[in-house]
Design a protein around this ligand. Structure first.
Ligand code: DAH
Length: 342
């Protein structure tokens, strides 16, 4: 075989190569120690000095060409295998950081609320998320026939009814923790009950499953000024010193007097929008614990008084300055494009 034929055969072989292993085999068969070119060099050993010189030169040129083509093909195949061939690996290039998540907005808000109330001596309590109707209503001075029950749009559990405690419900509010806390028998009380709640309602400002935090303080001589001071302290720390609250008289059955606590809407600045419908957003209820509730908790209302408040976590979070979430359902839709912003 002459050199020209050998080169064209080599080029042909090269075209059909698909792996680095293939390529190495081809390299050995042409340019290896026992390859075709080495054999040719051996064959010319007996020729005249002149012929050896010119043929030898040609064979060496062919070898060089073959080696160059092999190196080129090697680069191509390595490139296919990985974007960064080992010889181009940059040891100093920072690695890819694993994706790290963060606490969900609701969990962040819970931690923040707990931290704000801590210095006032409120400690976190947890009570059943599926509880007896008794603790959600009767113990809170709302008998089964009272029309106020409708406000709590309750989910009932399909389970046997208890003679004293009634049906089981998904707690429609954290107030179920009030009498449970009193029945522990430790006075004075400064409780912060945080829990998931459920109600049959859903729109831009309500979720079927949501969180509330319930404050309860019971001691001798607790008055409405303590309640107002506590609410204002929380609002200042959570929302910032510029936000305003207003207390609207209301008729919760378990507090007397009772209030709805509103805050001016941060989304529209108080002008009225889809979320607030009138410039103010309701944060939740508050009031002085009703004597009947104290009695249900085994506490003498002639000796002790107390205040309570129960607010929605998602709701208070949405009302924070600059957050501007116009639909509460974004919080639970699990869309990372939204959640990663917080
Ligand atoms: N539990 C009430 C609700 O979910 C809110 C509430 C009102 C809680 C007055 C209280 C209170 O502790 O005193 O609508």
């Amino acid at each position: 075989m002459d050199l020209k034929e050998l080169l064209s055969q080599f080029k042909n072989d090269l075209k059909n190569i698909s792996s680095l292993e293939n390529l190495e085999a081809v390299r050995l068969s042409y340019a290896g120690k026992k390859g075709a070119l080495a054999k040719m060099l051996k064959d010319i050993a007996n020729l005249s000095a002149e012929e050896k010189k010119t043929l030898g030169k040609k064979i060496n040129e062919a070898k060089q060409e073959i080696q160059e083509k092999i190196a080129e093909a090697q680069g191509g195949l390595a490139g296919k295998k990985s974007a960064l061939p080992m010889d181009k690996f940059l040891k100093t290039l920072p690695g890819k950081k694993p994706v790290t998540g963060h606490l969900h907005i609701i969990s962040q808000a819970i931690s923040e609320i707990v931290e704000i109330f801590k210095p006032l001596g409120f400690t976190r309590a947890r009570y059943p998320e599926i509880d007896w109707e008794y603790f959600a209503f009767e113990a809170l001075n709302i008998p089964s026939t009272h029309p106020a029950r409708d406000e709590w749009e309750t989910f009932f559990i399909d389970a046997p009814v208890d003679k004293k405690f009634g049906r089981q419900v998904i707690t429609p509010h954290t107030s179920n923790g009030q009498v449970r806390e009193m029945l522990k028998g430790n006075l004075p009380i400064r409780m912060l009950n945080i829990s998931r709640c459920g109600r049959r309602q859903e729109d831009a400002s309500h979720l079927q499953t949501f969180f509330q935090f319930e404050g309860l303080a019971i001691d001798k001589g607790v008055s409405i000024t303590h309640l107002k001071g506590t609410l204002e302290y929380f609002v200042k720390n959570f929302f910032g010193p510029k936000r305003k609250i207003r207390l609207r008289p209301y008729d919760f059955r378990f507090t007397e007097p009772s209030f709805e606590v509103d805050i001016n809407c941060d989304l529209c600045g108080g002008a009225g929008c889809k979320f607030c419908k009138g410039g103010w957003v309701e944060l939740g209820g508050a009031g002085m614990v009703h004597p009947n509730v104290l009695k249900a908790g085994g506490i003498d209302p002639n000796v002790y008084t107390g205040f309570a408040f129960g607010w929605g976590i998602e709701r208070v979070y949405m009302m924070k300055g600059g957050i501007k979430i116009d639909d509460i359902r974004h919080l639970v839709n699990n869309d990372l494009r939204f959640l990663e912003q917080f």
